[in-house]
Design a protein around this ligand. Structure first.
Ligand code: PHE
Length: 345
């Protein structure tokens, strides 16, 4: 077969298609033309493509190219015609005042509130109801607020436990939300009741229980005569509201440079109610936060009279609470933004 013959054949098909499409006067007839020409099984173009294999080898390239061009042409023309008729059909419907109001609407995929964000708001709400002021604080922080003013000077070994992302000598991504203590004392005179939640950053490789970015909540209460009793009372109200009305807590001595005395606080396991299970490693207790009485040095550095005022502070990981509350066993799930996970909340 010569090129001439091949191209004649394709040209003839194109004329045939043009004629058929010109006859089509509605959306339905257009759709019928489409099925006849580009239907997957028995479409004319599909048939032509199959013929390719029967042709002598030397004729295949020219024929393949011409047939491809024809297919593109046919699809383009069909789409334009379908579009035209579709729009016209809608216009006619409207003109006749016969809009089908029973036709189903287009479904919209609605998002869900991220579980961490929801828990964050829930936690803030507890403190708002207790009369605390919410602080929205910077994630990019001065070393002074993150470390120095919290009694962690540059040489302090406790800095090592919070491996830090630095921008330059004195600017960093905050490693904890305890910065709220310093910010609150800067803008409020006692009595101070302050809470802040948000993202913190540490140079930790991600695994099931660690992430280089996670969320914390920190609080500060400062006034005359504040004691460890106030710390325990407030904490108990908070933990019962967030976890369960029957939850119990216990204090163990703990060291943080910005509190004295300092404590690590455990809650009774919310899965086995203290009997011992896999989650609490059979101990009945789950470590949940760090707390203590604000160190006099911290008060003094922020210009607060440490003879007259005392305060309590605590800090807690929000993601950790979310893991427990929603029974999720890998923190990374919260940050991968997989909708199959997120839409379960
Ligand atoms: N900032 C501490 C941490 O990130 C927690 C803490 C806050 C401890 C306040 C005591 C008082 O681990």
């Amino acid at each position: 077969m010569s090129d001439h013959v091949i191209l004649d054949r394709i040209e003839e098909l194109r004329r045939q298609f043009d004629a058929e499409l010109a006859q089509a006067a509605s959306l339905d007839t257009c759709a019928a033309v489409r099925d006849r020409w580009v239907g997957r099984e028995r479409g004319i173009i599909t048939g032509e493509m199959k013929r390719l294999r029967e042709l002598p080898r030397e004729d295949r390239p020219a024929f393949g190219q011409a047939a491809n061009e024809l297919r593109n042409y046919v699809e383009r023309e069909l789409n334009a015609a379908l579009e035209r008729f579709g729009a016209r059909a809608r216009e006619l419907e409207i003109a006749r005042g016969r809009v089908d109001v029973t036709r189903p609407g287009f479904p919209y995929a609605l998002g869900v509130e991220h579980p961490i964000k929801r828990l964050q708001a829930e936690i803030e709400q507890v403190f708002i109801s207790l009369g605390f002021r919410v602080f929205d604080l910077p994630e990019i922080e001065k070393e002074y607020y993150n470390f120095d003013a919290l009694n962690m000077p540059r040489s302090h070994p406790a800095r090592d436990s919070q491996d830090t992302f630095y921008f330059d000598e004195t600017t960093l991504l905050r490693t904890h939300c305890s910065t709220v203590q310093i910010h609150a004392m800067k803008v409020m005179k006692p009595p101070v009741r302050a809470v802040s939640t948000g993202k913190v950053y540490r140079r930790d490789p991600a695994d099931a229980t660690h992430s280089p970015m996670f969320y914390q909540v920190d609080v500060l209460a400062l006034d005359e005569g504040i004691t460890m009793g106030d710390l325990k009372g407030t904490l108990e109200v908070f933990l019962k509201r967030i976890f369960h009305p029957d939850v119990r807590m216990r204090f163990r001595p703990g060291f943080f440079p910005f509190v004295e005395p300092g404590a690590e606080v455990d809650i009774s396991c919310i899965f086995c109610f203290g009997k011992g299970c896999r989650i609490c490693k059979q101990s009945g207790w789950i470590e949940i936060l760090g707390a203590g009485m604000v160190h006099p040095k911290v008060l003094r550095m922020s210009g607060v009279d440490d003879e007259r005022y005392t305060g309590f502070a605590w800090g807690m990981g929000i993601d950790r609470v979310a893991l427990l509350k929603y029974e999720v066993d890998d923190i990374r799930l919260f940050f991968e933004n997989d909708l199959r996970f997120l839409t379960q909340f």
